[in-house]
Design a protein around this ligand. Sequence first.
Ligand code: GLN
Ligand code: ZN
Length: 765
Amino acid sequence: MTLSHVLGYPRIGADRELKRAVEAYWQGSLDRDGLESAGRELRARHWAAQREAGLDLVTVGDFAFYDQVLDLSVTLGAVPARFGAEEEIAAGEVGLDTAFRMARGRAPSGEPTAACEMTKYFDTNYHYLVPELHAGQRFRLASSRLFDQVAEAQALGHPVKVSLLGPLTWLWLGKEKGEQSFDRLALLEELLPVYGELLARLGEQGVEWVQLDEPALVQELPTAWQQAYEAAYSVLGRAPVKLLLASYFGGLGDNLNLAVGLPVDGLHIDAVRAPEQLDAVLDRLPGYKVLSVGAIDGRNVWRADLALLRERLASARMRLGRRLWIAPSCSLLHVPVDLTRERDLDPELASWLAFARQKLDETVTLARLLDGRATEVDRRRLEAATEALQARRDSPRIHRPEVADRLAGVEPADHERRSPYGVRAEAQRRALKLPLLPTTTIGSFPQTDAIRAARRALKAGELSRDEYEARMEEEIAYAVARQEALGIDMPVHGEPERNDMVEYFGEQLDGYAFTRFGWVQSYGSRCVKPPVIYGDVSRPGPMTVRWSRYAQSLTDRPMKGMLTGPVTMLQWAFVRDDQPRETTCRQIALALRDEVCDLEAAGIRAIQIDEPALREGLPLRQGEWPAYLAWAVECFRLSAAGVGDETQIHTHMCYSEFNDIIESIAALDADVITIETSRSDMELLDAFREFAYPNEIGPGVYDIHSPNVPEVAWMVALMEKAAERIPVERLWVNPDCGLKTRRWEEVEPALANMVEAARQLRRRF
Ligand code: GLN
Ligand code: ZN
């Protein structure tokens, strides 16, 4: 019998109950017992969902109030000294508030302390708290939360499998801290006994299977790390539990032999992103091992093609017999919870989708189909899936010949501006008449309560479209007047009409759909609701022109138009899986190109195309970077290159490493790039200097994440550092990022100081 399971399930709850409970606890309106019981209730519900669906095991260990990587760090006693948790660690019971302070700097109890760093989990939009590692660090079991949860699931009568991040990926995700330089891999020896103890405790609890997640195995690993896998698992393999080593987010590549050969009882592979590895793994898998095939897409929202999967996996079933397990490719943490909640979604579109709850059913049905023990329900599911997928393949809502034709007609010249940067810069200098070190902002101004209330009222039908637009025009007029008074050289309209930089455009493009409850955890209690790109993307009409034109009518200064770039539009969405991502991105680029040209025709002389997600799109394997960067750069250029020399194209990226992608940044050929640099002391500009980056740069001098008003002298000093790296004629003065999360009371004095800094600098240079 083919066993079915999941690597993890979303913990936020179908109504984001976890978010509400955690935030209420932080605010003091829910006490600790209340929070714990909310957690217990959610866990119970999610285990029940897994059992009701018919999975053979429920997964314990995927729950966390904030982040499962943080919880593991706490369990291992890896709590940085500044949190003062020595006693809690010694007692083996690090408190909830200590973990919250690590996550966000404060908690209902305990001293506020600088939080741990947070970063994206592999190539997902889920953020984990980076383990802080020190030379000579000691570990010890410092929390019994996991054991309690195991007991909880057992008390409910569930067959338990525990999921945990493996020791090497935990170290891989960590960061070396402290004066002394060292290699974090050296901590493995110290770490393993604690993992051993943990596994032994789970064994004592009667847990049969423990899934150790090692997604680092899908990346290129240094030899020392590959060897460490062998060393570590030969120790862990002796634990009194069965180990399932889980790889996901891609193929094992050159780690395949290593992963297959480790002395554990089972291996999980991602057969969605890397279906081709299945045969290679089958050929090499030792006869005693279980193979868990991740066949259902854990990273996307599309309904599985059960008929196709049954066919594809038939030989694996034959070869492995009972040693075959079926699962989604990775934890379902990365998809929304339950499709049945989407009552407003068009039924045809809904029939093409599956969220976490539906993916449980797909997993179970696939396993039963493979065994030839399909029930009536399974047969109906199979049929429904086949029908829906057929409809999807043929749907005129997805396939628009005019979009495909246009894309096919794109020529290399369409990616090129008319003249090289030098010529354009001259034309722009004459047209824009900007001073040395021009000042600008990144686009958004404070999203006030009044703005949000107006948008809600519009949605609720309490405000007419005309009234709403008049309200937004007032906001724009206000922002423009403030910028004129401040003396900003290139003003913006302030983006009051945008709820979100992706949603705003997606709502106006064909091929995009929005869910009502499609929340996915991004970090802690924060969730995002990515749009779904289901069909060919095209632009029925102008999206921003009326706002930019209005804003320009209020000032003689060059108003900067504001768009979200094609790569970011792609990256922050669930993308259709029936054509290459690159093709979808090019379609978006063409739609944006029309908007860029329309803005130019409407008298907008500078247009910013934001690409904060360009770097995020990098594949997990560096070997695949060049191919990605090539099409990503082309898409940006396609969106930008329709305008004349005099029109200035800007782009913007938030905090990012530029060193290893600087060539591609330059290849974007934006006339101006603004970047987040204020906290890096302009060090990020080194990459630009070393590459002799040819175009203009606005290095952020105002840290918009802080409520503090930056001082003139501080910004002057930063710009002086910038001028040591980039010729001053090619520098701009601007904040790090948009200002929508700030208040006007903070923004106005900060920008006044920024303009004053530019004035002082102009006198100097
Ligand atoms: N133009 C956007 C803004 O100012 C850019 C946001 C971003 O870079 N994430 O809000
Ligand atoms: Zn930004």
